[in-house]
Design a protein around this ligand. Structure first.
Ligand code: GTP
Ligand code: MG
Length: 199
């Protein structure tokens, strides 16, 4: 299995502290607890790179990682976690908004969506906002531990149906499970081909 050389750069609590990097950047966003940090560890093949937790709201800053000196990975804090205090929630919202608005080197925002629950309006709204900003995005369905099963496919279909209410053409999507090691090659190939097409 190809291991990526990942180096933690820094965690930014606000726009002022975003690193001054020039490399293409790929962001991982999604609701709290959807499995962003687990996905990052799975992609890099390093267990303890990003801190994971069963308590939602673990990641409170944007964590930047250099991957193979080729691209930057940004682990965003989860959006829409109700139990975080109001002030903290607003700070995180502003941080994500600032990031999407000002970070010119974004190549793609991967939006992680839990494949085990019905479509959530927070995910649909987040994707819609990316579309309106013309930011390239892709959907990563997470926790598809049994991807072929009837239940799993139902929610994916429901999600796509809901998206088509706003989108003419759906962004690329991936079906993944960090626990069962599904979908890694597809995402890494997608990143590789995005890098190649701009070289
Ligand atoms: P925040 O940092 O709080 O926004 O959460 P996060 O999106 O980074 O989620 P994290 O990776 O910490 O995972 C949240 C929980 O989901 C943990 O208990 C993980 O073990 C679990 N989890 C992550 N990926 C999978 C998966 O593929 N399958 C299953 N069954 N559970 C998973
Ligand atoms: Mg996290």
């Amino acid at each position: 299995m190809k291991e990526l050389k990942a180096k933690f750069l820094l965690g930014s609590p606000s726009r002022k502290f975003f690193p001054d990097t020039k490399l293409p950047e790929f962001a991982f966003a999604g609701r709290s607890n959807v499995g962003k940090s687990s996905m990052i560890n799975f992609l890099t093949w390093q267990n303890k790179l990003a801190k994971t937790s069963s308590t939602p709201g673990k990641t409170k800053e944007i964590n930047f990682f250099d991957i193979d000196n080729q691209w930057i990975l940004a682990d965003l804090p989860g959006y829409g976690y109700a139990k975080t205090g109001k002030k903290e929630r607003e700070r995180i919202q502003l941080l994500i908004r600032d990031y999407l608005h000002h970070r010119k080197q974004i190549f793609c925002v991967f939006v992680l969506v839990d494949s085990r629950i019905p479509p959530q309006s927070s995910d649909l709204e987040f994707l819609k906002a990316l579309g309106e900003k013309n930011l390239p995005c892709a959907i990563v369905f997470t926790k598809a531990d049994k991807p072929g099963s009837k239940g799993a496919l139902k929610y994916l279909k429901d999600f796509e149906k809901r998206m088509l209410e706003d989108w003419e053409e759906l962004p690329p999507s991936f079906i993944t499970s960090s626990s069962n090691k599904i979908g890694r090659e597809q995402i890494l190939d997608f990143i590789d081909s995005s890098l190649i097409s701009t070289n």
